[in-house]
Design a protein around this ligand. Structure first.
Ligand SMILES: Cc1cc2nc3c(=O)[nH]c(=O)nc-3n(C[C@H](O)[C@H](O)[C@H](O)COP(=O)(O)O)c2cc1C
Length: 181
């Protein structure tokens, strides 16, 4: 984010710290409201969708999306999954068609930085990766296809491994930030 701000001082940066302020889980009331056609919703359902609307509004307004996430138990951490359950919404951010789901959001450059204690994509990879394929699939569902990943691996292997991984990440970010950013 510091690199973005330096390259593009007029950019408006909206930060969602999902770890500090996790979205609520999709409970029964939210699930019912999400699946109900818009014209049948009342005040109760609209209130249940308030958080979802806020998070989707932020996505609709963004020209560039940056996701920074740890791997938890081979997959997305719970707060990021809660965010996904609010922003991936039928008839709002994707449509269901006979050919499959079609995203309704505009595409935009998206950078995903993941951190894992061990290794899952480079040697010695000894664990499955349900994090990066899942994020790619779920972002594509809502129309976000222009996604680049950088995986920080071996973060539990001591300060030298961490320093090496961070150096690689900084170089990658400098390469990836699109022109104009
Ligand atoms: C609940 C939990 C589950 C984790 N699961 C994995 C895992 O499946 N694979 C892995 O390599 N590291 C796992 N880790 C280690 C984290 O991915 C690693 O510490 C990472 O650096 C965390 O990123 P952060 O420092 O940005 O929070 C887990 C850590 C926690 C707390």
């Amino acid at each position: 984010m510091a690199r973005l701000a330096a390259r593009h001082p007029s950019a408006r940066i909206v930060t969602r710290d999902l770890a500090a302020d996790p979205p609520p889980y999709v409970d029964e009331a939210r699930a019912i409201a999400m699946l109900m056609p818009a014209e049948q919703r009342g005040a109760h359902e609209e209130a249940a969708l308030a958080c979802s609307e806020t998070l989707i509004g932020e996505l609709e307004a963004s020209d560039l999306l940056v996701i920074s996430t740890p791997m938890h138990n081979y997959s997305v951490p719970a707060p990021l999954k809660a965010w996904i359950d609010h922003v991936v919404r039928i008839r709002r951010t994707f449509r269901s068609t006979p050919e499959g789901k079609v995203g309704m959001l505009h595409d935009r450059p998206t950078l995903v930085v993941t951190a894992a204690g061990g290794f899952h994509s480079t040697e010695p990879a000894r664990q499955p990766d349900y994090l990066t394929p899942y994020l790619r699939a779920i972002l594509a569902t809502i129309g976000i296809h222009d996604v680049a990943f950088h995986n920080l691996e071996g973060m539990g292997r001591g300060p030298e491994a961490v320093a090496r991984a961070l150096e690689g990440a900084r170089a990658w970010l400098d390469e990836q930030l699109p022109p104009g950013f």
